[in-house]
Design a protein around this ligand. Structure first.
Ligand SMILES: [Zn+2]
Ligand SMILES: [Zn+2]
Length: 365
């Protein structure tokens, strides 16, 4: 093909570009915009606690609390975990296009404590009648810094009675780890020991992201032992393992992996698991348009009805919020109704500090 012919074909759209081509295909955006999902329409079917949420994105931007509340109300979300974003993406001087997501280019990310002030100041402004629905978590620290716990303490003291948890702590997290300055964060880094202890002493649950393995080691996951080590050494710290340890590129054998998770849940009463993000789309379900849950996952969740929770893992923008909440209807519909209620809401509320649970119980009466 000569140059002229190529340009002609290009202008008529006859040349098809692959998904890797000039115009990147965003699968999530395509799903969110797709009106063919009947569950996106109409009144919400379940009352939900969104157990995994980021008020801001990777450049610390947000659509704001009003838009969030609207999205929550439209999708039956009664309670929400309210985390900031512990890492921020840097805009390098030589990048002509400003990055918005951490994968947009090769510029680095760095730990950003300001995120916790942003969350705290937002939550403080939420009117009393809605505030009990928000459960703010402290996340803005470098989990490889042995001074990390000092930040947690400062936040806890600067905003008394405001915080309900710690996290999402970013430990092993594939590309994001590789783009972050400094030491590699890991679940059982000694800097986190003091954070886990502080959380246990102050009745705060911890949400931890730690991939179960690296993308090249799928057969025998290499990072699970780190989480097991934390569970063993910090039995009084309530730990939610975000995304069940799954992430991009981690298509491990789901039968074996769910068996491993079952053994861990059996052994460690302080472990909970959230099913959020692509873990649900890519591994827990068939990844198709119906989000059909794989039998091994369904069995696991039914076997430990008090241990699983769902979350949107939305970051700052709420356009796709309906999809990120209602996609779980396929799981909730497949569970016995009492278990569905727990997974939808009860299990998240059960890990919150006693003082928060008492307040919520008082409100009910
Ligand atoms: Zn995560
Ligand atoms: Zn997250």
């Amino acid at each position: 093909m000569n140059r002229r012919k190529f340009l002609k074909l290009l202008s008529t759209g006859a040349l098809a570009y692959s998904a890797q081509g000039f115009f990147a295909f965003n699968a999530n955006a395509a799903i969110a915009d797709n009106n063919s999902y009947s569950f996106l329409k109409g009144a919400p079917k379940y009352t939900i606690a969104d157990s995994h949420f980021h008020y801001v994105d990777f450049i610390q931007r947000t659509e704001g609390a009003e838009a969030l509340l609207k999205a929550m109300n439209a999708n039956g979300v009664e309670h929400i975990m309210m985390s900031g974003m512990p890492l921020v993406k840097k805009w390098d001087k030589d990048d002509p296009i400003a990055p918005e997501y951490y994968l947009d280019n090769n510029s680095r990310t760095y730990w950003y404590s300001g995120t916790d002030y942003h969350v705290a100041q937002t939550v403080e402004k939420i009117p009393d009648e809605e505030r009990h629905r928000f459960h703010p978590y402290i996340c803005g620290f470098n989990p490889t810094d042995k001074y990390a716990v000092d930040h947690v303490k400062r936040m806890y003291e600067a905003f008394p009675n405001l915080w309900h948890g710690v996290g999402e702590i970013f430990a092993h997290r594939d590309d994001l780890t590789n783009l972050t300055y400094g030491e590699t964060a890991r679940a059982n880094h000694e800097a986190l020991d003091a954070v886990y202890d502080f959380a246990a002493d102050h009745d705060l649950p911890v949400c931890l992201h730690n991939n179960c393995t690296s993308r090249n080691k799928l057969k025998d996951p290499i990072y699970v032992y780190e989480v097991e080590d934390v569970l063993k050494r910090h039995p009084n710290t309530r730990l939610t393992w975000a995304h069940a340890g799954l992430s991009r590129y981690l298509n491990v054998d789901q039968g074996k992996y769910t068996a491993k998770l079952g053994a861990m849940l059996d052994k460690h009463p302080s472990l909970w698991i959230d099913l959020s993000w692509i873990a649900y789309n890519d591994y827990i379900t068939d990844g198709g348009s119906t989000f059909t849950v794989k039998p091994c996952w369904l069995d696991l969740i039914k076997s430990f009805p008090d241990k699983f929770m769902i979350g949107s893992d939305t970051v700052g923008q709420f356009k796709g919020y309906a999809m990120e909440i209602r996609k779980y209807y396929s799981l909730l519909d497949a569970l016995p109704s009492d278990v569905a209620l727990k997974v939808a809401k009860g299990n998240f509320l059960s890990i919150l500090p006693q003082r928060v649970q008492k307040d919520l119980a008082k409100r009910k009466n």
